[in-house]
Design a protein around this ligand. Structure first.
Ligand code: FE
Ligand code: CA
Length: 533
């Protein structure tokens, strides 16, 4: 836990615009100093030659601050074979410009791609102007990357009247095409929030599901190289590349970045924790290498700090949560259960004590118009019924961590954090839900609204109505919108409203389909709950 506490402190202080020298002091204690340091090394290949084009995985940017973003790429001339790079440090030059044609270059520099980190590059820019579009690209060994567009956050505390962001996740490679990412790339977004399940760890389906339009490369993934190759396969997708090149991403993970339904140090198959943690370390490292994350997220063995708080002027205060690394094991053996008393146990945790305290402090300090919690699994009660009048709940969601949910909801109420909006994914259904202090009592207080994005592809084409919806609707009156089609959510925040347009693709098994608005919910600032638009 010490690592997490230090890491959270480091990040928060970084966001508070820590001086570089101070950052170095904190970073040294965490053992990540060398990453943040400008590198002078005689063992850098300044003019490497590659067997093939090295920028096969595209470019990305992430975690916007008022004065900078982090730029990302990874050199991989042979993306599915461990990368195919020479086992040496390689110089990667980067440029940032005011325009797409790079007529006005505002910053340039060089970073080192290291074999230890799969020749990934994470450049943390500072000194940019707030609320501004920038374009960036990389060069290595005479090759030039694609150009990415990014955008800085508004000035701290500045009056902001409008922000647009996408919410997406669950992009399984096999059951569909990543068209939703292409549609995201075509919209003007200030940022994209990814709710997790960025990869899936399973082996190639091999024809078991005949409706799968693509196949994973290889077997179930366990080693660092396996995870690197899996990310590389996903990142080779041109639609995903286009989304990353269109806007900064703010990412968090769910379970499939490591293993289905893992909880803390316990995997799906109850292997010994010491053994599972070796796998988790490999998975976390590959995640860091593959995402536009800051050096504060560099993993230390099987631990990694993903929680962070990002501010967008006086409009959005975003806390990014990690509901996997510190959670208790699913109650009553997991799955979907009726009458699971253990799910109510107050000793059970979803966030872990440190993260919960950190979040609860954030809620007390929140001042922006919208208090947004970016996380993975639905917090609201989802009675799946399935012909059982007692109600049936999925133990992997906050429904299996009822006391933790009550602590969170009670804290939202007690702090009066302005206009809470919770984001989630994971269940492959779009939901918009009003969050009730007591879901059994429709007249109880509404403490916030949650938008759950369906999936980019996971579960395939889907249908308009979720399984059993007719039977379950009456048991879930707080669910205001749902669709079991694939897609993403386009959110528009202003000082008076938060609008969610649930975007839907009728088919993901056919390439290049259009996206349409399946439904919209609007939350009015100062008024609890959502209204259909
Ligand atoms: Fe998923
Ligand atoms: Ca999941």
């Amino acid at each position: 836990m010490t690592h997490v506490r230090d890491a959270i402190r480091l990040y928060d202080r970084t966001v508070a615009r820590l001086s570089r020298r101070e950052l170095m002091n904190v970073a040294w204690k965490l053992g990540v100093a060398a990453l943040a340091q400008p590198l002078v090394s005689s063992r850098v290949l300044a003019q490497p030659t590659f067997d093939a084009y090295p920028f096969t995985l595209g470019v990305a940017s992430g975690d916007p601050l008022p004065d900078g973003v982090v730029l990302w790429t990874r050199l991989a001339p042979k993306p599915l074979e461990g990368g195919g790079m020479p086992m040496a440090n390689v110089d990667v030059a980067w440029e940032v410009a005011r325009d797409e044609e790079f007529r006005t270059i505002v910053q340039k520099g060089a970073a080192v791609a290291r074999p230890e980190l799969g020749h990934s590059v994470h450049v943390e820019l500072t000194g940019l102007e707030p609320s501004r579009d920038y374009w960036y690209r990389f060069r290595a060994g005479g090759e030039v990357s694609q150009t990415g567009r990014t955008k800085t956050a508004p000035q701290e505390g500045a009056a902001v009247d409008h922000l647009r962001f996408a919410v997406c996740g669950c992009n399984h490679y096999e059951p569909g095409y990543f068209t939703a990412f292409r549609r995201i790339a075509e919209e003007p977004f200030d940022f994209v929030f990814h709710t997790g399940d960025y990869i899936y760890e399973g082996r190639a389906d091999g024809g078991q599901h005949p409706d799968r339009v693509r196949q994973h490369h290889g077997q179930e993934i366990y080693t660092l190289v396996d995870y690197r190759n899996r990310y590389a396969q996903y990142k080779s997708d041109p639609d995903l590349m286009a989304a990353h090149a269109s806007a900064p991403f703010i990412v968090t993970w769910d379970d499939h970045e490591v293993d289905n339904d893992y909880a803390g140090d316990i995997d799906e198959n109850d292997r010994p924790s010491e053994v599972f943690l070796l796998r988790r370390a490999a998975a976390y490292q590959a995640y860091y290498e593959s995402m536009p994350l800051r050096a504060g997220a560099l993993p230390a063995g099987p631990r990694m700090r993903l929680v962070r708080r990002l501010q967008f002027g006086n409009l959005i205060d975003l806390s990014v949560l990690d509901t996997r690394q510190f959670r208790s094991k699913q109650a009553c053996g997991g799955g979907v259960r009726t009458d699971c008393a253990a799910a109510l146990d107050p000793a059970r945790t979803m966030l872990g004590a440190e993260q919960e305290r950190w979040l609860f402090d954030n809620l007390a300090a929140a001042k922006a118009r919208w208090t947004v919690l970016g996380q993975q699994v639905p917090t609201f009660a989802r009675d799946l019924l399935k012909a059982n009048p007692e109600g049936r709940f999925s133990m992997d969601k906050w429904d299996g961590y009822v006391a933790a949910r009550q602590r969170l909801y009670a804290r939202l109420k007690e702090t009066s954090a302005p206009n809470p909006i919770l984001l989630s994914g994971d269940v492959h259904v779009h939901y918009g839900a009003d969050l009730k202090l007591d879901f059994a009592d429709p007249r109880s207080d509404t403490v916030g609204v949650e938008f759950t994005n369906s999936a980019v592809t996971s579960s395939g084409d889907g249908s308009d109505v979720a399984t059993n919806w007719e039977q379950t609707q009456g048991h879930n009156p707080h669910i205001r919108y749902h669709s079991a089609r694939r897609g993403y959510i386009a959110c528009t925040a202003t000082q008076t409203t938060m609008r969610a347009d649930f975007k839907i693709l009728d088919k993901v098994t056919v390439p290049n389909q259009p996206a349409r608005v399946g439904g919209s919910l609007v939350v009015e600032a100062g008024r609890p709950g959502s209204v259909t638009d």
